[in-house]
Unconditional design. Sequence first.
Length: 359
Amino acid sequence: MLKDGVDLQGVRRVLVIKLRHHGDVLLASPVFSVLKNHAAQIEVDALVYADTAPMLTGHPAISRVFGIDRSWKNLGLVAQASKEWGLLQELRRRDYDLLVHLSEHPRGAWLARFLGARYSVAADYPRVRGWWKRSFSHLSPLPKNGRRHMVELNLDLLRRIGVQPGESERKLCFVPGEEAEREVGRMLTELGLAPAGYIHLHPASRWQFKCWPAAKTAELIDKLQALGERVLVTAAPDAEELDLVARIRSLATTPFADLSGKLTLKQLGAVSRYARLFVGVDSAPMHIASAMQTPVVALFGPSGEFNWGPWQVPHRVVASNHSCRPCGNDGCGGGKLSECLSTLPVSEVLQAVLALSRF
């Protein structure tokens, strides 16, 4: 054991903080599994944004999921302060022994100070200030080459305190739940789709610069369905995502099954679980499909598959050889359109789907 390692047998409660987007929260799910597997007696809680809580609810290793509602800031100063104070009091009553902070969000540093946990660990981000670093008892160094998957970066914080995750403990965990699975089963029956009898295609992302062109997506759907495949398209109930699907529908020459804007996050997970294969861009639905152990074809452009690729699931990544990628920019020149992604040929994506179908 490390000289300054943490003996989990002496820990009663742990708070894991991940204040990021949906996909980021799901990629933190192995942290909870590892903590519980290495010390069955502990209670492991999560603190996330309220809208991302479904990514973790139902996780068998999690005792409680606390949520910060982003809309609190619209309530006015007094009402917001009341909400924040109520949450802080709830967390204090849990009396945590260990705090694991999985992002650069300053709230984690403040909580490490205010909650009085004996141990606290975060990554040693080079850009944060000294007061932030002094808030934690342990700091985990970041890799210098940047080519480490986010799941492993999250788990590095546990390694820093002497907890070594096993290979089988690193899988993503997303639990749709019986109600979501029943409802999706009903929807699929109405669409004439059988389990493992369709390809789940989620073409959209909350970030426009991560999306493949509508014309190419429509062409892919037509080619797949000409080969006898059934394609089911999903999208979030967001105006831009629904508009993308509408454009795809107008360009496709064959009709396709469509549940865009009709699914909760839990139901989206059930759709992926029942699918034979998932096709999509770098997005939370791609990570959900990975968690469901559904084979994944993922299209990558300005974001890097080394950090964000499909995790521990049969997959194919389709990406260009542009020397500038992954740049992380909001499209080339900030123009919302990523050439490295928009120029990916339909033939390469189709080839990846067919190769994975034979896996």
